[in-house]
Design a protein around this ligand. Structure first.
Ligand code: PEP
Ligand code: MN
Length: 350
């Protein structure tokens, strides 16, 4: 039976190109260990602080070219300006990616698209930093308008409040909606920038595969702890290979149109349920904090005025979300009981 593994895109390599030997050795190791589609390394790094390592820039161009010549890997890097595009084309890059910060800015995307007019090179577009699906789609439209056809999407999570335990929250609902609207655009997951650490990488990658995503972009460094950027989330080429072996690839047996539609709806429900449960957990954490505060201040747990206020506001919210009154009051009752239980638990401790 076919599985998505048959047509899977693996993009791997260091967050940043740091030295010629690091670039070439990592390319060699990865290409020997996994079915590498593209070898990645960042040359121009968008960093939060100008005091962080900002990449080797054009100095690393010949290193990437050598990695390609010596190992036969295809090479890809991030471009953020028209000048980056020109340099990469000069050095025979096989593909380019647009970083999350760049996708956020339509002026930059337009500038890059103009620089690529008439050059049909594969482009991978990361989602914007903020959870804005239309901005992501807008970037695709800008490249399509200048005639580029080989476009793929990279899901790298979103910078939102309450993003823990992630560095960028996956908000799976957004890539699923993307896939629903554009089923023919390959969608790749970047677990490295979603997780920000090594422990969650495998779970996030498996989730992406379970949702039917078409590939993984993962950062890999020969000595992750001493990487000059994103040290906490990088893994060695050997660990990438181990992860590849441990992943379960779903078969693409859903051939009929309606079965596929049903699966896509189920995926969306799963993603939403995961978010709802996560939020409920966070809500109970706050209840426990309130319990502790009330204990300290000697206040009673149940406050009638507050409860009335909760009922009124939530009922109005429920109405605008098309929820029935019966359902909403049962839900609020359950939440309220659980919240009091959580607060009581704290109050009665020691
Ligand atoms: C990267 O891939 O190294 C990178 C900077 O990613 P992002 O644009 O997703 O933050
Ligand atoms: Mn990185």
């Amino acid at each position: 039976m076919d599985t998505i593994k048959d047509n899977f895109t693996w993009i791997s390599g260091p967050c940043s190109a740091e030295s010629e030997s690091q670039v070439i050795n990592t390319a060699r190791e990865l290409s020997e260990r996994i079915p590498l589609s593209y070898y990645r390394a960042g040359l121009w790094k968008p960093r939060t602080s100008p005091n962080s390592f900002e990449g080797m820039g054009a100095t690393a161009l010949p290193w990437m070219k050598r990695a390609k010549e010596e190992t036969g890997v295809k090479i890809i890097t991030e471009v953020a300006t028209a000048q980056h595009v020109e340099l990469c084309l000069e050095y025979n890059f096989d593909a380019l990616w647009i970083g999350a910060r760049t996708t956020t800015n339509p002026f930059s995307v337009q500038e890059i698209a103009e620089a690529l007019r008439g050059v049909n090179i594969p482009i991978f577009i990361k989602n914007p930093i903020n959870p804005d699906l239309s901005l992501w789609i807008g970037a695709f439209e800008r490249f399509q308008k200048v005639g580029l056809t080989d476009l793929s999407a990279i899901h790298r999570g979103f910078s939102v409040a309450n993003k823990l335990p992630y560095r960028n929250k996956p908000l799976w609902e957004i890539p699923i909606e993307f896939k629903t609207q554009f089923p023919h655009i390959p969608l790749i997951c970047d677990p490295s920038h979603i997780c920000g650490n090594r422990t969650l990488l495998r779970d996030v990658s498996q989730r992406a595969i379970d949702l039917g995503m078409n590939g993984i972009m993962i950062e890999s460094h020969p000595d992750p702890d001493n990487a000059l950027s994103d040290a906490q989330q990088q893994i060695t080429p050997a660990q990438v290979a181990e992860m590849d072996k441990s992943l379960h690839y779903r078969s693409t047996f859903l051939t009929s149109n309606s079965a596929q539609k049903l699966q896509s709806l189920r995926d969306r429900v799963d993603a939403l349920d995961a978010d709802i449960i996560d939020l409920l957990g966070k809500r109970m954490d706050i209840s426990r904090e309130m319990g502790a505060l009330k204990k300290e201040e000697g206040i009673t747990i149940f406050q009638l005025e507050r409860w009335k206020e909760i009922l009124e506001s939530r009922e109005a919210w429920g109405k605008s979300a098309n929820l029935t009154e019966t359902f909403l009051s049962a839900y609020l009752e359950a939440i309220h009981k659980e919240s009091i239980r959580a607060q009581n638990g704290v109050m009665n401790k020691d």
